[in-house]
Design a protein around this ligand. Structure first.
Ligand SMILES: C[S@@+](CC[C@H](N)C(=O)[O-])C[C@H]1O[C@@H](n2cnc3c(N)ncnc32)[C@H](O)[C@@H]1O
Length: 151
């Protein structure tokens, strides 16, 4: 589901970027099972801060960062640090139908996105499909009901 104006204001601001860089990124990094994640995928990347966090804190070769909202992808491309251009690709995509082959990625990331899905189980199934065997799914959710799930 595309974000409404309130959600855009909440996500497209410096406080959110600070939190992703200095709180969520390092917390997820601490939970990581490995040192390196050469190829990563992000769902619901918004304006693209998460993709930079992934490259700086997890990635190696690169990140494919996706969002269902073309305006957010445009914003992410506009904001992309030129030094990271060869390593981050932003594209429009639906996390419930990921257009990538099975077993491609070392890690998949979701910063506050699953609760936006019409059917988050579909997204989790897709995430699991595109992960390599032993790949890891890193996510954070702001609301308690979406933090307690059974799969
Ligand atoms: C709360 S925002 C989070 C944005 C960014 N990850 C952040 O932490 O600032 C949720 C994002 O998920 C995207 N989104 C919603 N449904 C989606 C779907 N089915 N597939 C991909 N992205 C989706 C929205 O367009 C929005 O950019």
């Amino acid at each position: 589901m595309k974000p409404n104006i309130i959600e855009r204001l909440i996500t497209n601001n410096p406080l959110r970027a600070f939190s992703q860089r200095h709180i969520e990124g390092p917390m997820l990094r601490k939970m990581a099972g490995r040192n390196e994640y050469p190829l990563c995928f992000e769902i619901g990347c918004g304006r693209g801060i998460g993709a930079q966090v992934i490259i700086e804190q997890f990635g190696d070769e690169g990140v494919i960062a996706t969002d269902i909202d073309p305006e957010q992808i445009e914003r992410a491309n506009r904001n992309l640090n030129p030094n990271l251009k060869g390593r981050i690709e932003f594209k429009v995509a639906d996390a419930m139908a990921i257009d990538e082959p099975d077993g491609k990625f070392d890690a998949v990331f979701s910063f506050g996105v699953l609760h936006h899905m019409e059917d988050w189980r579909k997204a989790v199934t897709e995430i699991s499909r595109v992960l390599k065997k032993g790949g890891e799914f890193f996510f954070e959710e702001p609301f308690r009901p979406s933090q307690i799930v059974s799969l």
